[in-house]
Design a protein around this ligand. Structure first.
Ligand code: FE
Length: 300
């Protein structure tokens, strides 16, 4: 069965491109390359032309997620399957694909209203090895798991979200029922996987923004610690202290980016186990920094 193979790229709308230039390089360690216009930046984390596109449109939120299909036959089969299921799909033009540095793209909207770009054939630049924006012990872990994962606020019910992403080939479900002191009912979080990464997409309570956080995984444990030191030295607000998640068993911490949502840097995530289970808390750590929590919902 044809399925999405990875979260390939994300497009983010931002309001302060120069703050992002500095944050992407000196805090995250990403490589920044110039876009076609002064309003666009590309962020690299491996051989791909980019994994993150920044558009200076003032929205400070997710504009689109790029979900990869293996090739042209797989993308065509996916378009057919979505059409057969009554989902509106628009196959993109050659110009739209080229603007995304991919061979082919098709556009669909998920039940939350979020823009999904199904694509095949990203531009991979083996002549331009990734050049980190600051010192790193290792590299970003993208092979086998794609860009990383993203948690989004849900604006539809879990059943509709699950049904849509199941059509795309994702598996997974509710993995947390988190009791929170300020809420009468535990908060439910849904996690969906499509490859070796335990989850590529997650859905939590609705927030002010579509996106809650974007996680990037590093190959070396030391790079989580180094990022922690750099974040502390730069005075970037930490939102969730270091800890280990119960579901992906990743050691990570969360901090605020110039668009006001969170970046998570993690190491040591496990693969999906293939069976459903749920948790009421993490393995250890991940305590929220209450003074920096305003406007944020629970992590994972
Ligand atoms: Fe996460």
């Amino acid at each position: 069965m044809t399925k999405v193979t990875e979260l390939g790229y994300v497009t983010l709308g931002v309001s302060d491109l120069s703050a992002w230039d500095a944050f992407a390089t000196t805090i995250l360690g990403l490589e920044v390359t110039q876009g076609e216009t002064a309003d666009v930046r590309y962020l690299r984390m491996d051989y791909w032309h980019h994994r993150i596109k920044l558009v200076n449109d003032g929205t400070d939120d997710l504009l689109a997620m790029g979900l990869r299909l293996a090739g042209t036959l797989e993308l065509a089969a996916m378009v057919q399957r979505l059409q057969a299921a009554g989902v509106d799909v628009r196959v993109g033009s050659q110009a739209e694909a080229q603007a995304r540095q991919v061979l082919e793209v098709a556009f669909v909207t998920d039940p939350n209203g979020y823009a999904v770009e199904l694509f095949q054939g990203p531009l991979v630049q083996y002549n331009l090895p990734f050049h980190p924006g600051r010192r790193m012990h290792g590299r970003f872990q993208t092979a086998g798991g794609g860009l990383g994962h993203m948690m989004l606020g849900r604006r539809a019910d879990f059943a509709a979200i699950h049904a849509f992403y199941t059509l795309l080939g994702f598996t997974g479900g509710i993995e947390y029922r988190l009791p929170l002191p300020m809420l009468p009912e535990p908060v439910e979080l849904m996690f969906l996987n499509c490859n070796d990464r335990q989850h590529s997409l997650a859905f939590g309570p609705p927030g002010e923004k579509a996106i809650n956080h974007l996680m990037m995984e590093v190959e070396r444990f030391e790079d989580v610690g180094l990022a922690g030191d750099i974040v502390a030295h730069a005075g970037v607000p930490v939102i969730i202290q270091p800890g280990s998640h119960a579901n992906d068993q990743m050691y990570s911490f969360y901090f605020k980016n110039p668009s006001g949502f969170m970046n998570e840097i993690g190491w040591g995530g496990r693969q999906p186990t293939g069976q459903s289970e749920y948790y009421q808390g993490d393995a250890f750590g991940h305590a929220p920094v209450m003074s920096n929590m305003k406007g944020f919902m629970v992590p994972a």
